[in-house]
Design a protein around this ligand. Structure first.
Ligand SMILES: NC(=O)c1ccc[n+]([C@@H]2O[C@H](COP(=O)([O-])OP(=O)(O)OC[C@H]3O[C@@H](n4cnc5c(N)ncnc54)[C@H](O)[C@@H]3O)[C@@H](O)[C@H]2O)c1
Length: 362
């Protein structure tokens, strides 16, 4: 089993990276330090980790506002903190807008990953061997037939620009391992849900709109089938890869919860009704499907036998447990939702990250 003293997390102010930081700082087996490197683009919210900063201080958690496309910033950070392991989450991740703002998807997801791989390779040369873990999505495999199960050997078949850019970055990470021997691992996970998810994403949007009795728009076809993974199950799977995964390998991470959109919404309505002592039909009546014109329903059924067998990982949350925990979290953290919706966090970033103050927060 590998152990790490200093882990750099790129994109740790985002949804999955932030949950990952929280998860590993709470683990008995990890006594080291996390360096969160994030450019704070529109989905990065450093306020989500305020309590982590308060609880652990800079001995265990440091925030660096930096762009992964900036090679000299990456060199400086790796060097300053003596980074041993990089967990690379930073990405332009919004699938829906990817068709309209393609250049950021390319420059961050592809060029940014390339810059980080180059910096890691140079930094680890002649030093104790590190690990570069590249966090990717199951979307790279594209849509499948209903009976087909995706495995790590399935061909890549991305559709949207976002997933195409993630596929390209997976190939780059793999090429750095094969060509230069850079120690790389990759994971491809299905859709995540859980705490600290931007309120405009499907599951939090349904929960937060339902709580304020607004219409519940579900984009896509009723029959679109997706797999949902609770975000801390994802975090634990990545931890297992960092500590026990085979170098050069890819691992799929799935909730094994492939559901049609209609079924997902029914589940959420049931959980919301239980959590608020109301009737399921109160919520079900608010749902409106907004079809997006796709020609055939999207399906993806991601198999994850490899990580289960090799690394003894399994999901701790089934869908109902995960949704229950998520609904509870949004009920208890409405101030966080307000902060995002009002743009308060963006004003906070402006105020605290002017050039003059940038270094002071480190
Ligand atoms: N959310 C999911 O369902 C899911 C599923 C599988 C894989 N993933 C992968 O996990 C990663 C994180 O996804 P997420 O949903 O948390 O996204 P997110 O948008 O919430 O977080 C991305 C973070 O990256 C930061 N960032 C963007 N551009 C940057 C740059 N140039 N330099 C430094 N930081 C930058 C943003 O500020 C943000 O904090 C992505 O790589 C994504 O492909 C996500």
């Amino acid at each position: 089993m590998r152990s790490w003293n200093t882990i750099m997390v790129s994109g740790g102010a985002g949804f999955v990276g932030g949950n990952f930081i929280r998860h590993i700082l709470g683990k008995k087996e990890f006594a080291g330090r996390v360096i969160n490197v994030d450019a704070l683009s529109h989905t990065g919210n450093p306020l989500s980790l305020r309590d982590v900063e308060d609880a652990h201080g800079t001995k265990r958690y440091v925030f660096e506002r930096a762009d992964i496309r900036d090679r000299s910033a990456m060199d400086r950070i790796l060097n300053t903190y003596g980074v041993e392991c990089i967990v690379h989450f930073a990405a332009e991740s919004r699938i829906d807008s990817s068709a309209f703002t393609t250049s950021d998807f390319i420059t961050t997801n592809i060029n940014g990953t390339l810059t980080l791989l180059q910096a890691a390779r140079a930094w680890w040369e002649g030093r104790r061997e590190g690990l570069f873990h590249h966090v990717s999505t199951a979307g790279v495999y594209g849509s499948t037939e209903a009976h087909e199960l995706i495995s790590e050997d399935s061909p890549y078949n991305p559709s949207a620009p976002y997933v195409a850019s993630k596929a390209a970055s997976d190939h780059l990470a793999r090429a750095w391992f094969r060509t230069y021997g850079t120690p790389v691992t990759i994971s491809n996970a299905s859709r995540n849900y859980g705490p600290y998810h931007f309120p405009e994403e499907l599951i939090p949007l349904i929960i937060t709109n339902a709580l304020s009795e607004k219409a519940l728009p579900v984009f896509g076809r009723k029959d679109d089938t997706r797999d949902w993974l609770y975000v801390t199950d994802h975090a634990e799977a990545i931890w297992r890869i960092l500590t026990r995964g085979r170098i050069g390998e890819s691992y799929n991470i799935s909730g094994e919860n492939a559901l049609k959109n209609t079924e997902l919404v029914q589940h959420i309505s049931r959980v919301l009704a239980r959590a608020t002592n109301r009737q399921e039909k109160d919520f079900a009546s608010l749902i409106t499907f907004v079809e997006d014109g796709a020609e055939s329903p999207l399906r993806s059924t991601l198999g994850c036998d490899k990580i289960k067998k090799e690394l003894s990982w399994k999901q701790a949350f089934n869908l109902d447990q995960g949704l229950e925990a998520t609904v509870r979290w949004y009920l208890d953290n409405q101030a966080w939702v307000e902060e995002i919706r009002s743009g308060e966090y963006l004003r906070w970033i402006e105020k605290n990250f002017s050039k003059r103050k940038e270094r002071k927060l480190l």
